[in-house]
Structure formats: structure tokens, C-alpha cells
Design a protein around this ligand. Sequence first.
Ligand SMILES: [Zn+2]
Length: 291
Amino acid sequence: MSVLTTPPAHYIGRFAPSPTGPLHFGSLVCALGSYLDSIAHGGHWLVRMEDLDPPREMPGAAQRILTSLDAHGLHAHGPVEWQSRRHTLYLEALEQLRAKDLVYPCSCTREQVRKAGGHRRESCVGEQGQYALRFACAGATETFTDIWQGEQTQPIAEDPILKRKDGLYAYQLAVVVDDIQQNVSCVVRGADLLDCTGIQRQLFRALDTEPPLFGHLPLVMNEGGQKLSKQNHAAPLDDATPSQNLVQALTFLGFHPPPPLANEAPAQILSWASARWQRHAVDRRNRLLGQ
Ligand SMILES: [Zn+2]
């Protein structure tokens, strides 16, 4: 059976932005894609704020993101979860991994890792003063089928850090622990996260959970050939024109909304789109808007 046609039995999807800046058009495409895939499969759609790294966050961005989602009619089925309030869960997961001898302390400096051409457990300096915790999975190869990116083979070269030397939990750990705890069955997100999926799948299994289905959507690129992102100053989404934004995002995803639809309210547009959402109809190419 194909992942393009077979929905999981109890579908729970999610959109998980980090509050490092306001939503931009690329993030709307991801939010909309994950929302429609959930709704079209009779599922639930959750929103989770990935506010794990306070130094990188922009004050007010989390609230602005939630306001934008609301303005675009993208309402979550359930309360918004905040990673900053879930540290106990991450600690428990680390304890679980430690009991299985799957994490180890690492005090290697960036310079040491760079000189060695990557981190190797054999030459790890271990625990010396402040240390990070690494997940032992290097050498494994993960194969899986992505809804839109097809067959994937990802050899894992290096043990990823799950807790940083500065004490912050790493994205890889938090995202997997949350997806497990929230029973997420299908992860729909941007193709920039395809490469870390193998590590995350390893981590799901290490935490005694079968990984969810993954689907990586095409990226919206800028004129310079980079994906739109907060780092390269993508324009914030204009919450005053939600209907036009939604119609544009649907078009980017490969759908053909009739032009008058842009005059309807977001709820009508979402209802039109969820009735027509088909995984195989999604245009998988990363590209500039309007191409
Ligand atoms: Zn090390």
C-alpha cells in the first residue's frame, strides 16, 4: 500500500514553529499543508511552540505566530503546547535512554570535533567539566518512505547532541519526545528537515515508539536560491490579507483554486481545499513563488 493513499488509523498532525520571528510565506505553506493533510484524513491538528532556545527567540514572536494562524483560520484542535514548559518530559526521556546506555557525556570542543572531521565516540574526551549528552546511533542507516520525497536512505555519521553543554535541550530530543507524548501519527513539515528525519526515527525507536509517517513539503525559495527563512529576512506574513495568502499557498502546493475564492473568508477557502486535498496532487518541487 502506498503512503500517498493510506492514512494512519488515528491521524494526529501538528505544526511546530519556533518563535524566532513572525511567520513568513514558507511557514504558511507548511502550516497549511499539515492542516489540510490532517483534516482531509479526518484527523486532529495540533500547534506546538518550539521555544527551546531563549537566546534565539524574538520577544513577542510566539504571540504573533498564534495571531497569524488564527487570522488564516488555522485553528488547532486542542491547547497550544509550549516546549519551555515540558522540560520534565525531556529529562525523563534522557533518563530512559541513559538506563539503556544510549546516551553518553561529551565535553569535546567544536574545535576538536572540526579538526577530527566530525565527532567520533572512540576519540570522545568524555566528561570533563561541562558536558553535552550525545545519543549513540552513528553507523546506523535509516530507510523510510516519505510521503512526498519518496524512498530515503540516511546513513547516520555522527552521534547527535540531545542536551547541550549550556544545559538547553536540543531540538532533536524535544521534537521526538513531544511527538510521542502528543501521539502524533503524521509529521508534515518543510523539506529542510528531511535530513534529520533518520536520527529522529532512531530516537523514536530508542524510546520504544514506532516512528510516525513523515511527509516533507516543497520549500519556497528566494531569488538567491535559499529557502525563505527568518534568518534571511523573509517578509512577515500580512495578516490583513489572509484569503489571498491562503490562495497563493494552495497554488504553490499545486492546487488550482478558482480566482474568486480569494474573495471568500479563510474558513471557506480551507473547506474548499480540504475537500480537494490529495497527496499525489502536491507539487514537490522547491521553487520561487509563482513558478
Ligand atoms: Zn565527545
